[in-house]
Design a protein around this ligand. Structure first.
Ligand SMILES: [Cu+2]
Length: 149
């Protein structure tokens, strides 16, 4: 009984946010008039339980969708999905040609060198903020000198 009580205090005291790390969040500069942009990152789950990214939002876009690329008879297409599973002690990677955030109806062009703030919402870890570094137009990897978040 007493042990159970102590355990419950310990569980409450552990900050869950620290278990979810967002590494190298980045996006690309957009052409004038472009309305969408992709967002990429590495989600690292240091926790002992699996978690799921269920939504994302940003003041820079009307909404942010979670997309994957699927091969539809040899044609790569984007699909919206309800979430990304991040395994316990594991990673989930968003990268060009794979899973990505989709900034929809961006309010102004993304400019290289700027940061785009994004609020990520996980099923268990709750909200985690990340700054997506804007790389060059058409770049295929995270911009160099990227700060770790
Ligand atoms: Cu997309």
């Amino acid at each position: 009984m007493r042990f159970a009580f102590l355990l419950s205090i310990l569980l409450v005291a552990i900050p869950v946010h620290a278990q979810m790390q967002i590494e190298k969040p980045w996006t690309r500069a957009t052409a004038p008039g472009a309305k969408v942009a992709g967002g990429y990152m590495m989600i690292r789950n240091a926790g002992a339980a699996g978690d799921k990214l269920v939504s994302a939002s940003s003041p820079a876009a009307a909404r942010v969708e979670l997309h994957v690329h699927v091969n539809d008879n040899g044609v790569m297409k984007m699909r919206e999905v309800p979430g990304y599973d991040v395994p316990a002690k594991g990673i989930f990677e968003l990268k060009p040609g794979g899973a990505h955030l989709m900034f929809m109806d961006i309010k102004q062009p993304f400019k290289e060198g700027e940061n785009v703030p994004v609020k990520l919402k996980f099923e268990k870890a709750g909200e985690v903020n990340a700054e997506f570094r804007v790389g060059g137009m058409g770049s295929g990897a995270a911009p160099a000198g990227h700060a770790k978040h």
